[in-house]
Write a protein that binds this ligand. Structure first.
Ligand code: GDP
Length: 323
């Protein structure tokens, strides 16, 4: 089995304030817990795993949802997975950022507040996700709210999808009810809460693993550029073909098709909220590449001996008004 079988790339899309940050925080926190449970089992299981509220508060204080993060998760079926969580801006942007970010994902979590229901940004990002070919898993969030109306909200999401022209397969979406704040997800309202597992299991089951030829020519579309005073420009994106290697000499192809031959100085994947240096990144995974300049958004990093540009994402230029 290729390593991409154990990968999932999920975009998280939501109207502002519907609880994206809080939910991702919990996923990061609890996947740490699951990992420790595994270690505990290996160690003979003497230590029951109990996190008191002080631990929880400490964790909450330090975690922030940066643009990408990744969690390690061992599924109930015993499969060890890496799940990349991709933050998606909810607002109308300039220059196609939402489209580019969604390109890194194979599935999406659509978070909707259990009281408010779908809001304008829900519609906006959902429309973009559908256009990107993603089939969302619906997360009715803040289910702990006293004024939650989960069943109605599910119907409203259904109606919104119909309105956006979703196909029958997409309309047959799966639903999880969650409280990021209380740290649980359940399959049905009223179920006994027991952590985030039901949501993680849905991701494993319904988000397809990435496809692509690990032995093909290397290709990575640069989705985002980060900048560091120490290392300069950092190109972030998804390897869509082949394997990217540390110190590899690659062709950087700009949006006009102009190529420069450059060498990767350092390669990173995402681990939790951090980045961890990697010797290679296989197709399907997300990575950050240091040492390239010039490099820009929409560039392709490609095999030096078989450089093939990926299509850059062209979007209608938005009108330059703030309305
Ligand atoms: P984001 O803008 O989507 O990232 O939303 P945040 O995670 O920052 O949450 C927005 C607000 O909703 C904050 O005041 C949170 O405390 C609150 N909130 C987040 N998750 C929940 C939840 O599961 N239940 C309730 N009742 N409130 C929540």
């Amino acid at each position: 089995m290729s390593s991409s079988q154990h990968l999932r790339n999920v975009a998280i899309i939501a109207h502002v304030d519907h609880g994206k940050t809080t939910l991702v925080d919990q996923l990061l926190y609890q996947s740490g817990r699951y990992r420790e449970e595994q270690l505990d089992k290996l160690a003979g299981g003497q230590h029951g795993l109990v996190f008191d509220s002080n631990d929880l508060e400490r964790e909450r204080g330090i975690t922030i949802f940066s643009k990408n993060c990744a969690i390690e998760y061992e599924s109930l079926a015993g499969e060890r997975l890496r799940i990349n969580l991709i933050d998606t801006p909810g607002h109308a942007d300039f220059g196609g950022e939402v489209e580019r970010v969604l390109k890194m994902a194979d599935g999406a979590l659509l978070l909707v507040d259990a009281h408010e229901g779908p809001m304008p940004q829900t519609r906006f990002v959902l429309q973009k996700a559908l256009a990107a070919g993603l089939k969302p898993i619906v997360v009715v969030n803040k289910i702990d709210r006293i004024d939650a109306r989960p069943d109605e909200v599910v119907n409203e999401v259904f109606d919104l999808l119909v309105d956006l022209g979703a196909d029958d397969d997409t309309l047959d979406f799966s639903v999880v009810f969650a409280s990021g704040k209380a740290g649980f997800a359940i399959d049905h309202p009223g179920d006994e809460p027991d952590g985030m597992r039901p949501l993680l299991e849905k991701i494993v089951e319904f988000v397809p693993p990435p496809t692509g030829d690990p032995d093909g020519p290397t290709q990575m579309l640069v989705t985002t550029i980060d900048f560091s005073d120490y290392v300069g420009r950092i190109a972030i994106g998804r390897v869509s073909s082949g394997t990217l290697r540390d110190r590899q000499r690659i062709a950087v192809i700009d949006r006009d098709g102009k190529q420069t031959l450059q060498q990767i100085a350092q390669l990173f994947t995402f681990v939790g909220l951090d980045r961890q240096q990697a010797a290679e990144v296989p197709c399907g995974d997300l990575c950050a590449v240091v040492g390239l300049d010039p490099v820009g958004i929409g560039n392709t990093l490609a095999s030096a001996d078989d450089p093939r540009a990926l299509p850059t994402i062209t979007v209608d230029e938005p009108t330059l008004s703030m309305t």
